[in-house]
Design a protein around this ligand. Structure first.
Ligand code: MN
Length: 244
């Protein structure tokens, strides 16, 4: 069965080489997101001889203040990859200057990706779902994946109608809120992720093969086989790669 992990921080595992080897051995299609532009090139080097891993260039919203000076580097690196993330907004902070900086960074990244074209973005939206969806809009010229969506269902429905994808991880299936979100996502807009090593299961960091937990959950939810779920997710992933 083909597995897909569209949001994993491979560079942040202490034993990243073993994780990368396991991804290759299990043939898991993996988007390796990065949190700052300066780690993009080292991360590309780590994964350069792999078949199943693609590295994304990102600037995490929680680092937007601190790493603002790396924004020009992100723009410079954009032609080197089709994948962008982790980017977005995180409004856990109540500091208005921080929120303003995050919006400035995210706006710039969205605009640059739109002008280069053909990008796939994996996006963080904690406590900022409405702002994120408003900023991206209904006719964004790129592919949007909302990662670990946890906002209001009304906003989710709007994002669904705008054609965004949603990536679901093993932490989401263990909470009532996460399960409510999952039940709203159309089958053809759903992808799997781990957000490893941040997501913990059974007292350890999630690894890409743990998307199987999500597959198992969806098989029950959709009353179908795990194989059918895997096929659906893989087809969604293939489709996303062919959108122009
Ligand atoms: Mn993440």
């Amino acid at each position: 069965m083909r597995l897909v992990d569209t949001h994993c921080h491979l560079d942040l595992y202490p034993d990243y080489a073993a994780v990368i080897a396991a991804v290759e051995q299990k043939e898991i299609y993996t988007i390796a997101v990065t949190n700052t532009p300066s780690v993009f090139r080292p991360c590309v080097r780590l994964t350069q001889n792999t078949r199943f891993i693609r590295t994304a260039v990102g600037l995490h919203p929680e680092l937007a203040m601190q790493r603002f000076q790396e924004l020009p580097l992100l723009i410079e690196l954009l032609p080197q990859t089709r994948y962008v993330g982790e980017v977005g907004l995180d409004f856990v902070t109540r500091d208005e200057s921080n929120r303003a900086r995050q919006k400035q960074v995210f706006r710039k990244i969205l605009d640059e990706c739109a002008s280069v074209g053909n990008k796939i973005l994996t996006i963080h939206s904690r406590r900022a779902a409405n702002e994120v969806v408003e900023m991206i809009g209904n006719s964004y010229p790129g592919t949007i994946i909302l990662h670990w969506y946890s906002g209001p269902i009304t906003v989710l429905r709007k994002a669904v109608s705008y054609g965004y994808y949603f990536s679901v991880n093993p932490a989401m299936i263990t909470s009532a809120k996460g399960r409510a979100v999952i039940s709203e996502i159309p089958k053809d807009q759903l992808l799997t992720e781990t957000d490893g090593p941040f997501v913990q299961i059974d007292g350890r960091s999630c690894r890409p093969y743990d998307v199987e937990r999500v597959i198992e959950y969806l098989a029950t939810l959709w009353s179908t086989s795990r194989r059918n779920v895997c096929d659906t997710i893989y087809l969604n992933f293939r489709h996303l790669l062919t959108i122009r």
